[in-house]
Design a protein around this ligand. Structure first.
Ligand SMILES: C[S@@+](CC[C@H](N)C(=O)[O-])C[C@H]1O[C@@H](n2cnc3c(N)ncnc32)[C@H](O)[C@@H]1O
Length: 282
């Protein structure tokens, strides 16, 4: 009654459906009560009613604590997914990327191997792993792999200017293959693919294609390892950001998410803004 009067005073309007349902339920309960009180002795009836109230109270408490908590989590997840949705109206092809290298607008370039990838590489023992670095850029990771004795490295980038520079840099090195192509058209088979600011460089609409392609070119038990941004960017990308709740649904059907967590050893300027991933092909 108090709630109903509150509705009348406030500006939320009255939920007539709820009110009608509640009133009908109360009337039915009165009739059931009358029938039962005629059939059951008063003492027994009071006891049964007491149990009924107790069980209902217990059910409501459990529902409020557990079921509503689940609803809050789902709501937060949906909000986060909405928050993370990003799109691009820029054509991110060969010309776009080549222009960046020609104009030297490569602010993503760390100038050194990405520390989380370095630490990951340090614990690898099989130097003959077939390793791919897509969207490799200046690829300090490749320098590091060579320094560590790895023998089967493939670099892919779409930008011809950059690829020419890399071909010069690694000339006559038989342990490294450099391909100028669109990653999405590439075929091959790899044991390990290293992700370093490539995922964030593609149009977000291609993210599912990225996952499908990664799976297709990884060997059985092959791994996709590296870092993904764990932040949104104010300006339109690239880079395009996101968060774990957005990424995991993309990957979880095709990969076992061995590690998917905040990165603890990021490059100084990226501290707290990266996720480290170690995803094993299913
Ligand atoms: C943000 S940069 C990162 C470069 C490098 N991984 C780094 O961290 O310094 C993205 C790179 O991906 C390349 N790229 C973008 N789209 C590509 C595609 N579809 N196929 C291959 N390379 C691509 C660009 O040319 C660029 O070198």
């Amino acid at each position: 009654m108090i709630g109903f009067l509150g509705d009348l005073q406030g500006n939320q309007g009255t939920d007539w459906e709820l009110l009608g349902g509640f009133t009908a339920f109360a009337v039915i309960e009165i009739f059931i009560g009358i029938i039962l009180s005629k059939k059951m002795p008063g003492k027994k009836f009071k006891k049964a009613f007491g149990w009924f109230v107790l069980i209902m109270g217990f059910y409501i408490i459990v529902k409020e604590i557990f079921i509503q908590q689940e609803e809050v989590i789902t709501m937060e997840k949906n909000q986060a997914e909405e928050y993370c949705v990003v799109t691009s109206d820029v054509e991110l092809g060969e010309t776009f990327w080549n222009n960046q290298y020609n104009a030297n607008t490569t602010s993503w370039d760390l100038g050194q191997v990405s520390p989380p990838i370095k630490d990951y590489v340090d614990q690898l023992t099989n130097k003959d792993l077939r390793i791919l670095i897509p969207g490799c850029g200046n690829s300090y990771e490749a320098d590091y792999l060579l320094q560590k004795g790895f023998t089967n490295i493939t670099l892919i980038d779409i930008a011809p200017t950059l690829v020419r520079q890399l071909q010069q840099k690694f000339i006559n090195n038989l342990n490294i293959k450099i391909i100028q192509t669109d990653f999405f058209t590439h075929d091959g088979e790899y044991d390990l693919i290293l992700e370093q600011t490539f995922f964030c460089a593609i149009n977000p609409l291609q993210r599912k294609d990225y996952v499908v392609k990664m799976k297709a070119i990884l060997a059985t038990n092959g791994k996709l390892v590296g870092v993904l941004f764990d932040k949104e960017f104010e300006q339109q990308g690239p880079p395009f950001g996101g968060c774990q709740w957005q990424y995991t649904p993309l990957f979880e059907n095709d990969f076992n998410l061995k590690t998917f967590e905040p990165c603890h050893n990021s490059f100084a300027k990226r501290q707290g803004t990266e996720l480290f991933i170690n995803l094993v092909k299913k």
